[in-house]
Ligand binder design. Structure first.
Ligand code: PLP
Length: 384
């Protein structure tokens, strides 16, 4: 049985071209980038090339890119770093209720250190309302962090407007753009952001590598101390193969973005309309318009999400129930409950996130089994 992967918001496979440049960096450019000799220089040049490729993808200058171990570290560095650096101005921080745990748990960490926090609600489509941001701002607010797009429901947030407001009030603005960079156009200047997190494994790059965009003039305190790499923002000998892979993935994402996006939108549209036509009591979660291309998330009332995943997996089809990071937990998703869904509805969710290599035949195959799985589960549920 051939397998079908449809969980690209959790992670993407490494593009063969990305793997090729990484192997060459791993074996060829093995020098320590801080060394003065030729080996060091070769590794240093490879890093700087990648910095330019990543900067080009988000409309930044290369000096504004700091490599990290991924999205989680970039989020921590932005939030803890900004909170520590600007705490003399105030100790109030704002975020939303639907952020990834890399943000929410970092906020909790700062609360334990005496910072005050506000978690903004979202509407039933998962959007943060600009007026609620305005009302939450206090004279001592030093940081606002709102994600660019949500991993579970695909909703794209009005980051540009929030950034404008934050800039006018002199508040540092961070966005977790882990789900958008490499998938939809991201321009740090248009978005009015001061700090932006991205992660390689969401756009066909390797895991364990990401970056934080730090707008020139913004100075979050570093989290890691030591050799002073990355112009002292992030000490530690650089992950050269990871950085090179990230750069290659960034260049390919930029080059292929509109073709990939067009393909993904077509696939998601077909899937959504077939689900609505063939499965009763099926609802799309998130914003039907402002959403990530290829992101299709549903609630199928009266069906346990985990059961759907297991049955689909036994058919060789990989999808997910909520975010990958919370799917081991039996708590209902904090994102779905923030939309106003009941606990039962939140437990009936299924997320299909398509990728560049998925085909219309993959959608056919999913739809040849999903309606039957759901029907059988509902019959069983009614018998219990
Ligand atoms: N933020 C969002 C919105 C994510 O979806 C993820 C990963 O799923 C992360 C942060 C964490 O990124 P990483 O896996 O690179 O640490």
């Amino acid at each position: 049985m051939s397998k079908i992967y449809m969980d690209h918001s959790a992670t993407t496979p490494v593009d063969p071209e990305v793997a090729r440049v990484m192997i060459s960096a791993l074996t060829g450019s093995f020098g320590n980038p801080s060394s003065i000799h030729g080996y060091g220089n070769e590794a240093r040049l490879a890093i700087e090339k990648s910095r330019k490729q990543v900067a080009a993808l988000i409309g930044a200058s290369p000096e504004e890119i700091v490599f990290t171990s991924g999205g989680t570290e970039a989020d921590n560095m932005a939030i803890i770093g900004a909170a520590y650096a600007y705490q003399n101005r105030g100790r109030h921080l704002i975020t939303s209720k639907i952020e990834h745990h890399a943000i929410l748990d970092t906020f909790k960490h700062l609360e334990r250190q005496g910072f005050e926090t506000t978690y903004l609600p979202v509407n039933r489509l998962g959007q943060v309302d600009i007026e609620t941001v305005e009302q939450a701002i206090r004279p001592d607010t030093i940081l606002i962090s709102i994600m660019h797009a949500n991993n579970e429901i695909g909703t794209v947030e009005p980051v540009e407007e929030i950034g404008k407001l934050a800039r006018a009030k002199g508040i540092v603005f961070h966005t977790d753009a882990v789900q958008t960079v490499g998938r939809i156009p991201v321009d740090v200047k248009l978005l009015n952001v001061d700090l932006l997190s991205l992660s390689g494994h969401k756009f066909y790059g390797p895991k364990g590598i990401g970056a934080l965009y730090i707008r020139s003039g913004i100075k979050p305190a570093p989290l890691l101390h030591g050799g002073g790499q990355e112009r002292t923002w992030r000490s530690g000998t650089e992950n050269v193969p990871g950085i090179v892979g990230l750069g290659q993935a960034a260049e390919m994402a930029l080059h292929n973005m509109s073709a990939r996006s067009h393909h993904l939108q077509g696939l998601a549209q077909m899937l959504t309309s077939r689900i609505f036509n063939e499965i009763p009591q099926a609802y799309l979660t998130g914003d039907p318009q402002n959403r990530l291309p290829g992101h299709a998330s549903f609630v199928f009332l009266g069906v346990e999400g985990a059961a759907m995943l297991i049955f689909l997996d036994s058919e060789g089809i990989a999808v997910s129930g909520g975010s990958a990071c919370t799917s081991n937990s039996f708590d209902p998703s904090h994102v779905l409950t923030a939309l106003g869904l009941t606990k039962d509805a939140a437990h009936s969710s299924l997320r299909v996130t398509l990728g560049k290599d998925n085909t219309y035949a993959d959608i056919e195959r999913l739809m040849s089994v999903l309606p039957g799985i759901i029907e059988r589960q509902r019959l069983l549920w009614n018998l219990m």
